[in-house]
Design a protein around this ligand. Structure first.
Ligand code: IP8
Length: 264
């Protein structure tokens, strides 16, 4: 049976997080190879991607996730425009890679259709379900307008994943592709001896580490929270190592792969 898959390309997977606007083009291409295989086999795919060094570094420098601050408002407003344009550029790299593989895409910049942050943001996600199976809609974490004094804030791709997966009735698989681990690990992946958790239930303890130097959104903790919310509705919710995108096809064809399955 054909699947409807929503995939998040983590920002740390498709960019070098520590170096401003540094895309990992070979990784983007290898993921797009895999996505084009999935689409050619009759599955439908929706892409959400993170910001990595196209968003987090400037957002952190100008405290964009905390909204407007009087003493730096001018610089912040400039930074908002820069990040929005940079995110369009990063998204353009993903859509170009897919179009090089013969896959048609349509991109929805959240700054143009979403308002407010967190998973209760305002915005109609039903549009992501309005395409033929051979067209791939793309959206991403972005700086969005926020009601009231803050004026703007950061809407994470993880919140978009939650809303799209929960509100589109036919989603069969929701996959978070990670850049630095095979799935959810029992302690930070850079620690020696950290082990893959194959099945993770919301509330089970894991020792995590938040990269606040590079990350203005919630890192693995936010992903885990949103994934467990999604797992109440979608049967197959997974964290997979995006450096091995072929694991996506393996998951679809055999029902399992190396990674973490999130259950409610
Ligand atoms: O990387 C963050 O989105 P995420 C968006 O999906 C920006 O959390 C602009 C930092």
């Amino acid at each position: 049976m054909a699947a409807k898959v929503i995939v998040k390309l983590g920002g740390g997977l498709i960019t070098d997080k520590s170096s401003i606007k540094t895309p990992k083009l070979d990784i983007i291409d290898s993921i797009c190879d895999e996505i084009s295989n999935l689409v050619s086999s009759g599955n439908s795919v929706i892409i959400v991607h993170g910001a990595g060094s196209y968003g987090h570094l400037l957002a952190r420098k100008w405290s964009l996730s905390h909204g407007l601050k009087k003493n730096i408002s001018e610089q912040q407003r400039k930074a908002v425009e820069i990040v929005r344009n940079d995110m369009k550029e990063l998204s353009g790299l993903v859509s170009k890679s897919l179009s090089d593989r013969g896959i048609e895409t349509t991109t929805f910049p959240p700054s143009e259709w979403a308002k407010n942050t967190g998973d209760s943001f305002k915005g109609d996600v039903s549009v992501f379900d309005s395409f033929p199976d051979n067209v791939v809609p793309i959206t991403y974490g972005d700086v969005v307008n926020v009601d009231g004094k803050p004026e703007f804030g950061i809407l994470s791709g993880d919140d978009l994943m939650a809303r799209i997966s929960i509100e589109i009735p036919s989603v069969t698989h929701c996959v978070f592709l990670l850049g630095d681990a095979d799935g959810m690990m029992d302690r930070p992946p850079n620690l020696e001896g950290s082990k893959l958790i194959e099945l993770w239930k919301s509330g089970e303890f894991v020792q995590t580490e938040h990269d606040s130097e590079h990350d203005v959104t919630g890192g693995i903790e936010l992903k885990a929270e949103r994934a467990s919310l999604i797992s109440e509705k979608v049967e197959e919710v997974w964290f997979i190592n995006g450096n091995f995108p072929e694991r996506l096809s393996e998951l679809l064809s055999s029902g399992t792969t190396i990674g973490t399955k999130i259950v409610s």
